[in-house]
Structures are given as structure tokens and as C-alpha cells.
Design a protein around this ligand. Sequence first.
Ligand code: NAD
Ligand code: DAO
Ligand code: ZN
Length: 369
Amino acid sequence: MKVRAAVAHKAGAPLSIETVDLEGPKAGEVLVEIKATGICHTDEFTLSGADPEGLFPAILGHEGAGIVVDVGPGVTSLKKGDHVIPLYTPECRNCEYCLSGKTNLCQAIRATQGKGLMPDGTSRFRMGGTMIHHYMGCSTFANFTVLPEIALAKIRPDAPFDKVCYIGCGVTTGLGAVINTARVEPGANVVIFGLGGIGLNVIQGAKLVGANMIVGVDINPSRKALAEKFGMTHFVNPKEVKGDLVPHLVELTKGGADYSFECVGNTTLMRQALECCHKGWGVSIIIGVAGAGQEISTRPFQLVTGRVWKGTAFGGAKGRTDVPKIVDWYMDKKINIDDLITHTLPLDRINEGFDLMHAGKSIRTVVVY
Ligand code: NAD
Ligand code: DAO
Ligand code: ZN
């Protein structure tokens, strides 16, 4: 079939709106009509060329929601008409990783997904004679896409696509980092570096679990008001701190953060996030994705004296199990998504969404088809 897609032909160039050929679903695969998709910083990271695993040409996008249109042979858990959220971290419930109970990093289709291909080693997208790569197994910057059955969470049919698409990455990553990875307890003091689409959801998660101090750190002062609405109790702009940031944060939290979160992708901030943690028990979670070849460092004594460095992908969430529950939280008004979706655009204006992100003017831009 012919589909409309924003194609990333090469790194550093704007996306190009094209008509692309999409092959139907093969065994274990599902054809989905994408109704809405968020634009995440990770799409920008890949498009910029900073992603060491970035492949071109590709159809980017990994934060979508849509409707099942057709299923391939052997698909049992989904049918035509089901509402779904694509999962860049699938959940096969059968591999060593899924069965471990220790991680959400299902490995069932990892090798081919990392190569921008479907599990049989081929792509469903073509343009003229050229194969186009899938992206993170999702490719939601197309109005139709094909995904493996294990990479789709079935959600309730009354949830609005243009809001719950954000649960496909940002919401789940932020909430999950607090609930699954850090396991923040009531009364804890937390520090969040970066108050964008991820960091604001970390704040929302910290408030949800009953954290005490929720300290937000950002160089963009316009983030303060929204962060406060989501539960931030203290705002720190590093540009306005006299002296070093780390001692300032340790003093503010009266000894250091019980938990800190790096939500930018900056290795200097990752070090500061670890070192502002409380001696003896503070845990720092890396969420941000740093550029190709970058490394983190600290003095080993920081770890010897009890601070813990961890990371999280998709907030440690198991997508087919956890995503439908987070959709329920939204529908029950337990979490706020609407105030984080600052802009909505049609597909042919998708590049404006990247411009808004670069200018620091948006939290989430959602493309509606
Ligand atoms: P964003 O652009 O919306 O937000 C980043 C925020 O960081 C902005 O508010 C910006 O002002 C702030 N910032 C930039 N430099 C700073 C500095 N030096 N000090 C303090 N604040 C600074 O980005 P996002 O969508 O929230 O994504 C954040 C990071 O999380 C990205 O690296 C993204 O790739 C990554 N990410 C990781 C996962 C995961 O599963 N681990 C999932 C999604 C996104
Ligand atoms: O190696 O098993 C694996 C999974 C690797 C990909 C995990 C995603 C990491 C987060 C990237 C940003 C998500 C938008
Ligand atoms: Zn698995």
C-alpha cells in the first residue's frame, strides 16, 4: 500500500514528506494505522547524526498510538480494530531477559531491530527501488506502519490518541524511572536535571509516590512554572548559582539527594547528578542519552562511599503489561498529560516540531494524522 511518511534521508537534513510503499504484515506482524505521534528528543538525536546506531534513510518516530488494520499469520493477541501503542522495548514474555524478572530489555527481536529491520531481516518500507529502514522497531512518522505483535500494547478504545501517544515513550520513561528503577519512597528528596519532556514526567512520578523535596535543575527559566504545576518544590538555574552546583544542591537537600535523575544526555550533568547524591545511600539514575563516543567519569570514592549509579531504558517498564495501566492512570486523571502537549501539528509541518524543540519552546509536539 501507499503511505504518507516523513523520511529522514540523511543526518542533519530536515525530514521530507513522501509517499512510500509499505508491504503488508508477515507472520507475527501487525499493520497499524498511526493516528498520532509525539516528537521526542531521541528522534532529534538520531536525525542530528549524534546517534552511533543511526541508520539512513529511515522513517523515525517511536511515540505513537493507532488502530490495528490487519494482522499477519500466527498473530493471536491482537485483532483488527484494537487500539494500540507501539513499543520500542518489546515484551515477548518468553526470552531469557523477559523471564528473568530483573529487566525490561526483551531481546527477542533486538538484533534485527538494531539494524532497522523487521525480525525476518527485511524492511516493509520502500521508496522507488530503495529500502527504507524502520526506526526503533516503530517508525511512527508514517500514517501506517508494520510492527511485530510483541511490540504492541493493547489499550482501551476510549483513550485519545493525541494524548496517550506520549505514553509510548516520555510519560512511561519518566514515571517508570521513579517507580520501577529508583523505587523512590515517600518522604525522599529528589533532584531532577533537565525539565523537558522526560524530566517533567520524573517530577510527576516523584509527586505521585510522595517525595518530599522535588528539586528541578534547568538552564531554561521558562520551565519553572510548568515544573511547579507538576510538583517541583525548588528550582535551581545553574547559571544563577554562585560557586559550584554540586555543593549548592547538597546544602539545599541537607546532605544530598536520596535520588537524582539526569534527563538531558549531558555527561557533565551525569557526574553532577551522581555527586549531589547523599553519602551512604544516594542513587543516581541516568535517563539522558549521550552522544556517540562520550564517556562518564567520577572519582571511584563516590561509589566507595555508598552512592549508586544506575540507568534506565523506557523507565524499566514492560510495555505490554505496564502501558495499558498507565493509559488507565491518565483516563482516571491520576496523571496529567494534557499540559505537557504544548503543540499539535499535521504531518506536513513535522519539521516545525523539531524547530520548536531546538528553540526550547515546546515540551511535546504531537503530530496528528
Ligand atoms: P528535552 O529537550 O525536552 O529536555 C531537555 C531539558 O534539558 C530542557 O529543558 C533543557 O533546557 C535542559 N537542559 C539542557 N542543557 C542543560 C544543562 N546544561 N543543565 C540543565 N538543564 C539543561 O528532552 P527530553 O525529551 O526530555 O529528553 C531528555 C533526554 O532523555 C534525551 O537525551 C533523550 O534522548 C533521553 N531519553 C531517554 C529515554 C530512556 O529510555 N532512557 C527515553 C526517552 C528519552
Ligand atoms: O540493547 O536491549 C537493548 C535495548 C537498547 C535500546 C533501549 C532504548 C534506550 C533508550 C533510548 C531512548 C529511547 C527513546
Ligand atoms: Zn523477551
